[in-house]
Ligand binder design. Sequence first.
Ligand code: ZN
Length: 246
Amino acid sequence: MDLILSDIHANLHALRVVLRYAKRRAIARFVFLGDLVGYGAQPNQVLDRIQELKPRIIVRGNHDRACALEGEDLSFSPPARMAALWTRDRLTREHLRFLQEVPSGLLSVEGDYQITHGSPIDEDAYLLHPREALRAFDTFTSDLCFFGHTHLPGGFELDEVRGTMGWIQLEAGTWFQLRPGCRYLINPGSVGQPRDRDARLSFVTYDPARRRVKLHRMPYDHVGAARTIRAAGLHPHLADRLAHGI
Ligand code: ZN
């Protein structure tokens, strides 16, 4: 079983809850879809925990790039840019080097599936609409690619037999069976900053033997996470949004 996590965004309060779940279920294969840091106030603590896990694979996110590499990212909103600079100032030398070495997508996970942060060809692109997803399906080869970046759980199903494409809603706590003849782009949602108006953290588990995916939503101490963001002097919007899942 693989645990697929995206957009942690330096939210230690949320990550701890996921790791407790993984421990209870004895799940040890961790896959990260990027944006380990940025926005949140505990980047070093989060990177310590992630390194301890010895993840199966990590792909870089746009915030990881902005926090680890010199030069300002002008595409960022002022709160995000401020948070990236704040993070870069505080990362330990070891964590900075670790982030700089995380590869960008598209990456293959032992021939089984692929992962990326934004879209398979652009870590900064948001896969939101079917027409974008349709183009994206042409740019990777496997039947399954996990992506993040939008912080919205769900996915796209391309039925190559019927020639149809549509958005699939994943129901939390229920296995979604991948169908033969179909290809998938699946987003686990965000651990550290959910944006679907549900404050609960979000991730998926993937069972490669039975080719099925399950969405998990769990409450966490978002009040505590917001408190650390305010105490760090980061933009208050980054704290306030956690309670609303926006
Ligand atoms: Zn993100």
